[in-house]
Design a protein around this ligand. Structure first.
Ligand code: SF4
Length: 363
């Protein structure tokens, strides 16, 4: 049987859209679009999309990698927990992320009980099978993973705890437009997050700051078409929100997931790596779930945390620098020996740039 053609990876279609982008961009002036999703950065770099765009269209990367935005302080908290004979579970990427002085991988190597899990269900099962252990899962990620953590807590055993490092994307976008010193003419909105939150939170941002936005999928044609729509919107001074990814994202999002989040979490102010505290951008466990809150149970106190010296992750996450602008990129900082979190995760800009083009596309 002939292989079915994936229209979203069709080179000819991609080339035609790129041609249209070049035509529409003439006379528009400089346009800087930000995406806030590590999977978008991966798709853009892997497909060489930046090289297809005219000089006046720039795609910058925002704080869309969940591992990268986790702060050194949060890693320090997890390491402190592991030092209190608590079993700490985490997704694999987090183990290498540097805290102030060490990482969870180093804590594990020194004998702490740190385990990699592939889903939060594995962590809950571990707690259930080991009632004598106190098991804490590091809850990271945006609206895509926060519902799974919330659902797991509905029926978790008493010896299961969560160190919530979950965050929500719209407050960070709001912060970048309100306080950021970086020009952003439009957003490519993250498809996975949008499948949960729908379009409404973006509409409020567009109304407030008059920036156009397009929700996009993750194939090259998705991203190119989103760029084309955004350039047209900038040209037409259309500050609305369009949904290019309607095969997955509904206007209203996923009401069940949103309800689960609302029941379990309340918004809190939290710092992101390289950012100060962003109001309402964190997800703290509500009092009803306080018995599962690792910060309450173990009264975590960690010292003021430090970012790695010379690391530009904060500026990379704000779209102010490209990975290749960091003096450590590819020299002292590589995926095998990461200095900052953006080199650790497969969704981190530095890791992606190293993997696909050693930064040359960005230079
Ligand atoms: S290259 Fe390494 S040190 Fe530099 S910004 Fe990226 S992760 Fe941080």
């Amino acid at each position: 049987m002939p292989e079915k053609k994936n229209a979203y990876r069709d080179r000819e279609l991609a080339a035609r859209i790129a041609e249209k982008i070049r035509a529409v961009s003439r006379g528009v002036g400089k346009v800087r679009m930000m995406h806030v999703c590590g999977t978008h950065e991966d798709a853009i770099t892997k497909a060489g999309i930046r090289s297809l765009l005219p000089e006046n269209i720039e795609i910058i990367s925002g704080p869309g990698c969940p591992v990268c935005v986790t702060t050194a302080r949060e890693i320090d908290e997890a390491i402190a927990l592991a030092g209190q004979r608590v079993t700490v579970t985490s997704f694999g990427d987090m183990l290498k992320v540097p805290g102030s002085a060490s990482s969870l991988a180093e804590a594990k190597a020194s004998g702490s009980d740190v385990r990699i899990v592939y889903s939060i269900t594995d962590a809950v099962d571990l707690a259930r099978k080991n009632p004598g252990k106190e098991v804490t899962h590091i809850g990271i990620g945006f609206e895509t993973t926060a519902p799974s953590t919330a659902i797991a807590l509905l029926d978790a055993p008493d010896n299961f705890f969560v160190l919530s490092c979950h965050r929500t994307i719209p407050p960070a976008m709001d912060y970048l437009l309100r306080e950021g010193d970086n020009r952003i003419d439009g957003f490519i909105d993250p498809g996975h997050v949008s499948a949960i939150i729908g379009l409404e939170p973006y509409k409020r941002i567009s109304e407030r700051y008059h920036v156009p936005q397009v929700v996009a999928g993750f194939e090259p044609v998705d991203v190119l078409y989103a760029i084309l729509l955004l350039v047209k919107m900038v040209k037409d001074k259309d500050c609305g929100v369009r949904n290019e990814y309607s095969r997955v994202v509904r206007d209203e999002g996923n009401p069940k997931a949103l309800k689960a989040m609302e029941n379990v979490y309340e918004p809190c102010d939290v710092a992101w790596r390289g950012f100060p505290k962003i109001p309402g951008s964190g997800l703290a466990l509500r009092d009803e779930y306080g018995m599962h809150d690792a910060r309450k149970k173990f009264r975590l106190r960690v010292k003021e945390s430090n970012e790695p010296k010379g690391c530009q992750c904060g500026n990379v996450l704000k779209g102010k620098k490209y990975p290749s602008d960091c003096g450590l990129f590819g020299k002292r900082c590589t995926p095998d020996s990461p200095i900052g979190p953006c080199m650790v995760s497969g969704e981190g800009s530095c890791n992606i740039a190293y993997k696909y083009d050693r930064g040359t596309q960005h230079a």
